[in-house]
Design a protein. Structure first.
Length: 199
């Protein structure tokens, strides 16, 4: 009977999830400075996804102009109606241009999804930017609130906030604020100082 109870206690202890440990201020700063802002460049990721198809989008305008002239001249020679052949040529090229534009938008959309996934991986479950909210201007409030809700759509603001924090954050000030907020992360001798300070 006693063995059964001890086995149940051991089983219950294994089933209880451990409370995640609060990271130290130094760990948070290390995470912040380890992030490469270039990983979130939307235009670069779009170009990577285009790959060998990039030439199609570069040559669209010159090819369209040449084709418009050729189709207009060909239509004029065949029908002797310059305006009608120009309008028909422009209409056909407009439809083709829209199809190419939709094709390009697919790459941009996929790049945006990839960058949002990278932001999600950077933030992890513990979060990164929301922990630095006290050191960000108020205009980034919607960013850290959406990140807490795991909404990663504000890519440009995320890049700007990371850049601002990496370049302008006072590490010592952050460490002091972090240890006041989470006294359990302070080293033992500092923890005693924090406990004595309010008295």
């Amino acid at each position: 009977m006693a063995e059964n109870i001890s086995d149940q206690n051991e089983q219950l202890q294994e089933d209880i999830p451990l409370k995640p440990q609060t990271p130290t201020a130094e760990e948070m700063l290390e995470r912040l400075h380890a992030v490469d802002v270039e990983d979130f460049d939307l235009e670069q990721r779009t170009n990577e996804l285009k790959g060998n198809n990039a030439w199609l989008f570069v040559l669209t305008m010159p090819a369209t102009a040449i084709l418009l002239v050729l189709f207009t001249l060909l239509g004029t020679f065949l029908t002797d109606h310059f305006i009608i052949s120009f309008i028909l040529s422009a209409g056909v090229l407009f439809v083709i241009g829209k199809m190419i534009d939709q094709y390009e938008q697919k790459f941009k959309y996929q790049a945006r999804l990839d960058i949002m996934q990278r932001i999600k991986e950077t933030e992890t479950d513990a979060g990164l930017i929301p922990h630095f909210r006290d050191f960000l201007p108020k205009k980034y409030r919607h960013l850290w609130q959406s990140l807490k809700k795991q909404n990663y759509i504000y890519i440009d603001q995320y890049i700007a906030a990371l850049t601002l924090l990496q370049q302008r954050l006072d590490d010592d000030k952050f460490i002091r604020v972090w240890r006041l907020k989470y006294p359990e992360t302070a080293p033992d001798e500092e923890e005693e100082d924090l406990m004595e300070a309010p008295k």
